[in-house]
Design a binder for this molecule. Structure first.
Ligand code: HEM
Length: 225
């Protein structure tokens, strides 16, 4: 091959892209559900309770999500190390501007920032949730006579330091998505004549998703003062 990329490396990039698409879909639905917390406490609570107790979501989709995250992380590190040893310039993107070069070179850095964020995020939300359900055996979702989800979320964003850390992480996420989105399309062979449209879509997605999360974090911060 003229690119000097082995077939298996193409296969790995393809799988990397697939896991990336899956995570982008997850992020969009995560943002959609979190957005409910902005205007309806009840609706957010109902949907959160459904997501947190539905067996299909808990025991099928959640393990798939965990697998997707771990796979994306490990494969990303592997591909990055391969790229580094194979050639001085990584990511064979032909029409890369200086900007996208910068983004592609920093996928590992922004990826690690997201990983650190996820550790904090799991500590904040996921671990208490798992503890309540699986250790305390409480699947009711009720605290002090009403669903606890909205209150818990609202309370978490009362802390300015946490809000700042989250917002920095969301900016890293935007940088990661800006390159990751269009790179995934290239890896599944969707480049050349569509590339400018895809880049626009990528940029739009990479701005809207993090901005949405930032808005939610700030909303809960300012309304809990
Ligand atoms: C303002 C922004 C965000 C808020 C308020 C938020 C809130 C939550 C909440 C309440 C949960 C539920 C925990 C549970 O019941 O299991 C959760 C889970 C999760 N969040 Fe977020 N999140 C935000 C941003 C993000 C971002 C940007 C990412 C990824 C980069 C992310 C990744 C996850 C993952 C992977 C889970 C675990 C899903 C599962 O339950 O299996 N979140 N988040």
């Amino acid at each position: 091959m003229s690119h000097g990329i082995s077939n298996s490396s193409v296969g790995r990039k393809f799988l990397m892209a697939l896991s990336g698409f899956f995570l982008m879909f997850f992020l969009a639905q995560h943002l959609a559900i979190n957005s409910l917390s902005l205007f309806s406490k009840d609706l957010f609570n109902e949907v959160s309770h459904f997501m947190g107790t539905n067996p299909l979501i808990q025991f099928v989709l959640q393990p798939i999500l965990i697998f997707g995250v771990v796979f994306h992380l490990l494969m990303g590190m592997y591909l990055d190390s391969q790229n580094k040893s194979a050639r001085p310039i990584k990511y064979a993107v032909d029409n890369a501007s200086e900007n996208s070069n910068w983004l592609s070179r920093n996928m590992l850095i922004t990826g690690v920032m997201i990983l650190l964020f996820m550790l904090l995020h799991f500590y904040d939300f996921w671990i208490p949730e798992i503890t309540t359900k699986f250790i305390n055996g409480d699947w009711s979702g009720i605290h002090n006579g009403e669903f606890r989800y909205w209150e818990e979320l609202h309370h978490k964003f009362h802390n300015l330091v946490r809000v700042i850390i989250y917002c920095i992480a969301f900016i890293s996420l935007g940088l990661h998505l800006a390159h990751g989105f269009q790179s995934s399309f290239q890896s599944v062979g969707f480049n050349n004549k569509h590339s400018s449209t895809i880049k626009k879509l990528a940029n739009l997605y990479a701005v809207i998703i993090p901005l949405g999360f930032i808005f939610i974090a700030l909303f809960h911060y300012f309304t809990s003062l």
